[in-house]
Design a protein around this ligand. Structure first.
Ligand SMILES: Cc1cc2nc3c(=O)[nH]c(=O)nc-3n(C[C@H](O)[C@H](O)[C@H](O)COP(=O)(O)O)c2cc1C
Length: 177
């Protein structure tokens, strides 16, 4: 499979990246091709809601969304990777997703496989309830096929994350595809 990871953490060497790198290592060992898009350092503006695209058509904004679009429409799987920010995904990742608006039907018809990788400082059992619900709803709406989630509780810093069981879980998710 061709797998595109949307890396939604602004920290290039943070906890989210640790999970992403382990996922990639596992997936590549199983023969998949993984490309990581560092969306926080790309120029991707928020959707302005004009709907000139009609939910499928050229977007009036010309920016790096074109790169994300061309990658996703030639991939078999998308991985959403984000730190938990106020119990949801990062604004940077949400911005990328809102811009799906202009290729909504194309994305829907691709029936991509998908996964979610996330990290949080909190370790309560409800830490990821809202993010998980959002991800599952998105997958359902856009006709993706969920292949799994790694939700790293108690992963507040890279050293906490490296000591946790979640990098191994991310590796196993990739390896098992
Ligand atoms: C703006 C912001 C909001 C955050 N919100 C939460 C939160 O709601 N719950 C939580 O457990 N951790 C929260 N955190 C902590 C991060 O999710 C955590 O430190 C994570 O490991 C950061 O990942 P990174 O190293 O990839 O940046 C927040 C951090 C920031 C900077």
């Amino acid at each position: 499979m061709i797998i595109t990871v949307l890396l939604g953490s602004p920290n290039k060497k943070g906890s989210t990246s640790i999970l992403v790198d382990e996922f990639k290592r596992g997936a590549e060992e199983s023969g998949h091709t993984v490309e990581i898009l560092d969306v926080c350092h790309m120029i991707i503006n928020p959707c302005i809601g004009c709907v000139k695209c009609g939910y499928e058509g050229p977007c009036v904004q010309k920016d790096d969304t074109e790169i994300v679009k061309s990658k996703l429409l030639t991939s078999d799987m998308v991985v959403f990777a984000t730190p938990l920010y106020y119990y949801g995904m990062s604004a940077q990742l949400k911005t990328v997703i809102d811009r799906f608006c202009a290729y909504n039907s194309s994305l829907n018809s691709r029936h991509l496989k998908s996964a979610l990788l996330s990290v949080a400082w909190n370790s309560d059992d409800w830490t990821f309830d809202a993010l998980e619900a959002h991800y599952k709803t998105l997958v359902r709406y856009i006709n993706f096929e969920d292949k799994g989630m790694v939700l790293g509780r108690g992963c507040g810093t890279p050293s906490m994350t490296l000591r946790s069981r979640y990098p191994k879980k991310a590796y196993e998710l990739g390896k098992g595809l």
